[in-house]
Write a protein that binds this ligand. Structure first.
Ligand SMILES: [Ca+2]
Ligand SMILES: [Ca+2]
Length: 382
């Protein structure tokens, strides 16, 4: 009896071992994709964080300036009406707002490197406005505290975001904004995604340059018109949902053409997969990481779904969005909530392994009872 039990446990452990090994093998492969996805995800997140810091800095500076001037006008309007003071400062105020707009439109890198020039420009404008108010009220009005507060906000931004920006530069994110050979593919994508030559517009030869080939679905590493064999996005676990997404759908009422908008890394190419009619197209995102695509064929009415992904020359998905379902009717296209795919690996692992153990134990128990019964009957017959 004891030997029988031992051999049964031996068989059980072999079955469990084989089941676990079989399951963990595809998971290990998936991790490679996950790593690529998460590094792309963090670059996207860091870039967005710096962008949002830049916009809140701008909002903060404008409101400090508007509040400061309103206060100065209010507290000095005992003899002159606020309207006439307002009129006196109008032109200089417009100039300052334009200067702030221009300085901030160039983005974080410009603010970090031109910080002193921006501060000086703002201070000079505010001094001029203080002069306007002094003239109108015939009082000596100073706006130095407004200037100081604005300078302080800019300094705080530089202190907190400069290290973040340097870290991104270390990750070569600045290469996303460079296209040394002017073929439409950023130096970053040439080096890290397609392995094409960043200094040669037409890496492999042929009539199309690297960017034209990628847009038309051809392998830029081949001189021939070799189509990229796109792998299925649902099989890829390299999800980078905060970088790759679909944000907007619209249907032109006249042409019935569907336009899709979404996000990706700046100046990079994304491939859109639209099901169930499989449509696979590649588009390029702008410097803000926004892309737009208008379908040249009319889509059937009904339920559809789509993914957006960054794909290499072998058709492998390096990073992708969640699954975006949408409904198209004769008059509208409605985007649904993104569906996270696949479900969390670790939870799925636990569920699958627990179920396997339960099933195997059940089968063994049934066969054990069966053998015991058989032994009993055999004994009884004897
Ligand atoms: Ca290039
Ligand atoms: Ca090139």
């Amino acid at each position: 009896m004891k030997t029988k039990m031992k051999s049964r446990f031996f068989i059980l452990s072999i079955i469990l071992g084989v089941a676990y090994f079989g399951y963990s093998l595809p998971m290990a492969k998936a991790d490679i994709g996950d790593q690529t996805g998460s590094s792309t995800q963090s670059v996207g997140v860091d870039l967005k964080k710096i962008d949002s810091d830049v916009s809140s800095l701008k909002v903060g500076i404008v409101s400090q300036f508007v509040d400061g001037i309103s206060q100065a006008i209010e507290s000095n309007s005992d003899k002159v009406t606020p309207e006439s003071i307002n009129k006196a400062v109008q032109l200089d105020r417009i100039d300052l707002l334009k200067f702030i707009d221009d300085s901030f439109s160039l983005g974080a890198e410009n603010i970090l490197s031109q910080n002193q020039l921006i501060k000086d420009g703002i201070n000079t404008s505010i001094k001029k406005i203080a002069g306007d108010i002094s003239k109108a009220t015939k009082k000596n009005v100073s706006l130095d505290s407004v200037s100081q507060n604005i300078s302080q906000s800019l300094d705080t931004f530089v202190q907190t975001d400069s290290p973040k920006f340097d870290a991104l530069k270390n990750d070569h994110v600045d290469l996303m904004y460079k296209d040394s050979d002017g073929d439409g593919v950023s130096d970053y994508d040439e080096i890290y995604v397609y392995h094409t030559d960043p200094y040669k517009a037409n890496t492999a030869g042929g009539s199309l340059n690297d960017g034209q080939k990628i847009l038309q679905g051809f392998n830029p590493l081949s001189a021939e018109s070799e189509k990229i064999k796109y792998s299925a996005p649902e099989d890829s676990k390299a999800v980078a949902s905060s970088t790759y997404s679909v944000t907007e759908l619209s249907l032109d009422q006249n042409t019935k053409a569907l336009t899709v908008k979404g996000t990706s890394l700046p100046n990079s190419y994304v491939t859109l997969y639209i099901y169930s009619t499989p449509i696979v197209v590649t588009v390029k995102a702008n410097a803000l990481g926004e892309w737009t695509y208008t379908l040249d064929q009319e889509l059937n009415n009904g339920d559809h779904k789509m993914y957006v992904a960054s794909v290499d020359t072998a058709g492998k998905i390096l990073a992708r969005s969640d699954l975006f379902p949408f409904v198209k009717t004769a008059s509208a296209a409605t985007l649904g909530q993104p569906i996270e795919t696949p479900v969390n690996n670790s939870i799925r692992n636990i569920v699958v392994i627990s179920i396997s153990i339960f099933v195997i134990l059940l089968v063994l128990m049934i066969s054990f009872i069966g053998i015991e019964k058989k032994n009993k009957t055999e004994k009884e017959i004897k």
